[in-house]
Design a protein around this ligand. Structure first.
Ligand code: TXA
Ligand code: MG
Length: 334
């Protein structure tokens, strides 16, 4: 069973952070908070430690891990080169929910990169995460802390329930602030390519680089995505998930399902509750709230044995695009 550590902030809880950092330095696995989702961490430079992550998650070994660093000094030894665009994006968005892919140096083991010659790196803005990495003194490989194929973990309750027997330590902290995983951008080519959408999307990134494209494999089933993780079924709750573009059509479909005695729920915003009053579940007042509460609500739907989850389509901004990407992967668009 994992050791459970209560950490409120990096100043009051120096001792707890030291203890977790020591475990990481010894090759153990630690679940820790980040601003995106909880991560399942281990020493990124230790092959055996990285392998423990795959085992704990039940994750296919060709799906590479993200390496988390505490400061810019940690970056240099991990990568072979840094493109001009990568420099600009790092300066603007680190620390924060942006992961950049670089050509890896020899010290990064292939177990961390799923056999690839590239390595994905991010500097989290969460203070506990950064203090932990700094105290460990090594970069920390950390995928989302969920079991492979399950929704990412954004509250420590889910981590305790799903992972307590599978890792060495769990840091208890607040719910994740953003709630969706980081944006992943490949910077090894001629121009940057978005491999996984997130809160920081094409609209924002475009302001800083001359050209940036979205990997077409993300949304087209006939093209293999460039990021290995994007080809696996992800984020799946037990319920069937349908995104419906037109809200009135959604209501119609939902009413039909209720008439067939199906247990359904419509994930929506406060403003939609009037329309979906009988079965709506508001995730908050705006799209940021929706993102923060999405994975929580997918897990809650499982607990409540919901059979069908509907969601109206959100568009127009980076966060909406990222949310739609997650829901598309969990289900289908009608
Ligand atoms: O917000 C996040 O990124 C969270 C927190 C814990 O930092 N981590 C996370 O890790 O979401 P994970 O393992 O669930 O997702 C990592 C994604 C996968 O889609 C993986 O394929 C991709 O990043 N990735 C990692 N290394 C890569 C590489 N070298 N080339 C292309 N894609 C890579
Ligand atoms: Mg994941």
């Amino acid at each position: 069973m994992a050791i459970i550590l209560q950490v409120e902030n990096e100043i009051n809880d120096k001792i707890a952070i030291e203890e977790a950092a020591k475990a990481l330095a010894q090759g153990k696995t630690v679940i820790f908070p980040t601003e995106t989702v909880y991560g399942l961490g281990a020493n990124a430079l230790d092959e055996a430690a990285a392998n423990r992550i795959y085992k704990a998650k039940g994750r296919p070994s060709d799906n590479p891990l993200i390496v988390h660093i505490a400061d810019f000094e940690m970056l240099d030894s991990l990568v072979l080169e840094i493109s001009e665009d990568a420099k600009i994006l790092m300066e603007k968005f680190w620390p924060g929910p942006l992961t950049l892919v670089f050509k890896k140096s020899d010290i990064v083991p292939y177990s961390t990169t799923g056999g690839l010659d590239t390595v994905a790196i991010r500097m989290p803005s969460n203070e506990i995460a950064r203090s932990l990495i700094r105290a460990a003194g090594v970069p920390i490989a950390a995928p989302s802390a969920n079991l492979s194929g399950k929704p990412s973990i954004t509250d420590v309750g889910a981590a305790l329930k799903e992972m307590v027997d599978r890792v060495d330590m769990i840091i208890v902290s607040e719910n994740s602030e953003i709630g969706l995983e980081s944006t992943v951008v490949d910077t090894t080519g001629e121009y940057p390519i978005i491999l996984r959408p997130g809160k920081i999307g094409q609209k924002q990134l475009k302001e800083y680089v001359t050209k940036i494209e979205i990997d077409p494999g993300i949304s087209n089933d006939n093209i293999t995505p460039k990021s290995p993780g994007m080809k696996y079924t992800h984020y799946s709750p037990e319920a069937k998930v349908y995104v419906v573009e037109d809200r009135l059509r959604l209501k119609h479909l939902a009413d039909d399902m209720v008439a067939q005695n199906k247990k359904i729920r419509v994930l929506c915003l406060d403003e939609d509750m009037e329309l979906f009053s009988d079965y709506g579940l508001s995730l908050g007042k705006d799209i940021e709230d929706f993102g923060r509460n999405l994975f929580l609500s997918l897990r809650k739907a499982d607990e409540d044995k919901i059979e069908i989850l509907f969601c109206p389509k959100f568009t127009g901004d980076d966060m909406s695009e990222a949310i739609m990407n997650r829901l598309e992967k969990a289900g289908e668009i009608l």
